[in-house]
Design a protein around this ligand. Structure first.
Ligand code: NAD
Ligand code: ZN
Length: 361
């Protein structure tokens, strides 16, 4: 059982290959595709310990020279220092523009490796092997790379597409459950904002999805990749349309930041989706049933819809104003009109926003 989604970006097009045991096929596929002569697997120490040896072995069996380079797991590693250290290691190993990188891990690894690939020797090829659900349905597709600086998250980065994305659903077995749920918030985001049929499908198959049954997870991830690919194909550099992927993220980012990043990204997005759905109802854009359906699906998956830690409304509001997607001081919201359809608007009444935010506690 294996599926392929094509991302159509002219000469920068690439396939996303999704299935159980895809990890074992990467060596053979790279041998056929030949993005590089030698390969460096870049991975955080945790994922490297689980899957690095196995992937390295499969590449070696396919006759491909491969090195493994690791860094400590966690968002704290997503900085320029890690990029500098990795670049030095590549240089010491004699990697040049004929060689390629393999990002094996979650979104942190994908963002670091993509950025490194885009600047090392002015750009070398790389492929993505996302292992967290968030990375499989979101960050590994679309070519946004980046690292954090003390002034903010993802403030230094590039647009740089991978040569291929390999998604093995088996690796989800070892992903901590909270990380899986965080990824499910992004999955629900696609349904709520782009595809009502998919939204309903997620409700129907909740049990088997939570049980990680590949009969469900493979088509689920595939559908998300299709939607992300379609949006990216039309708006690679986030000029407009790509902003719909930020459904739930305007308030979500503020919740995340105001909590000092104690709230997981996906959980914050879940809270943000519920809030923005209520905002749409208050503004007369959506019917109350839309907000109810979104809230119910989030709750069915065990996602939070209110903020589980203490902080005040003023802090949250201040963070909303400083969101980097603010344009000319106005905060833009992606509001649902119905399930599967959104509109981008900066015309939200302050009183409605305050009422909705007060409701998130
Ligand atoms: P992550 O990479 O830190 O992974 C989360 C944790 O899960 C880590 O501890 C990791 O070691 C572990 N892990 C990953 N896969 C595992 C597996 N199969 N088994 C066991 N443990 C596993 O974080 P994430 O949630 O995957 O990604 C978040 C990052 O993605 C953020 O930095 C965010 O900015 C970025 N992001 C980027 C984009 C983009 O378009 N580039 C989009 C969304 C998010
Ligand atoms: Zn997100």
């Amino acid at each position: 059982m294996e599926q392929t989604v094509q991302v159509g970006l002219g000469e920068r097009s690439y396939p996303i290959i999704i299935g159980a045991k895809v990890l074992q096929r990467i060596g053979g596929d790279l041998q056929a595709r030949r993005p590089g002569k030698r390969y460096a697997i870049i991975s955080d120490a945790r994922v490297a310990g689980l899957y690095g040896g196995q992937l390295q072995q499969h590449l070696q069996q396919s006759g491909l020279p491969v090195e493994m380079i690791t860094f400590p797991p966690g968002e704290a590693s997503k900085n320029l220092q890690t990029v500098a250290t990795l670049a030095s290691t590549l240089a010491e190993l004699g990697f040049d523009r004929k060689d390629a990188l393999i990002a094996l891990g979650g979104g942190v690894t994908g963002d670091i490796t993509g950025f490194l690939a885009s600047v090392y020797m002015r750009g070398i090829p790389f492929v993505q092997v996302p292992t967290s659900l968030l990375a499989q349905v979101d960050s590994s597709v679309g070519g946004k790379t980046g690292v954090d600086i003390p002034q903010g998250k993802n403030l230094v980065g590039t647009f740089y597409q991978p040569k291929a994305v390999y998604i093995d659903t088996d690796v989800l077995q070892t992903l901590p459950h909270v990380e899986f749920l965080g990824g499910m918030a992004e999955v629900i985001k696609y349904g709520a904002s782009i595809d009502a049929g998919f939204f309903a499908w997620l409700a129907t198959h909740r049990e088997s999805i939570l049980a990680l049954d590949p009969v469900r997870t493979i088509p689920m991830i595939m559908r998300c990749c299709e939607m992300k690919a379609a949006v990216v194909e039309q708006d690679e550099r986030e000029g407009g349309l790509r902003r719909i992927l930020n459904f739930g993220h305007t308030i979500g980012h503020a919740v995340e930041a105001a909590s000092g990043y104690r709230i997981n990204h996906g959980f914050a997005v879940a809270i943000g989706m519920r809030a923005v759905a209520e905002l749409a109802v208050k503004g007369g854009i959506a019917r109350p049933e839309v907000a109810t359906a979104i809230r119910q699906l989030l709750e069915a998956y065990g996602l939070p819809v209110t903020i589980p830690v203490e902080f005040d409304l003023q802090t949250l509001r201040a963070y909303l104003q400083t969101d980097k997607k603010t344009v000319g001081g106005r905060v833009f919201f992606v509001l649902p009109e119905q399930l599967g359809r959104v509109r981008i608007s900066d015309e939200v009444a302050d009183a409605d926003l305050d009422a909705v935010l007060a409701n998130t506690f």
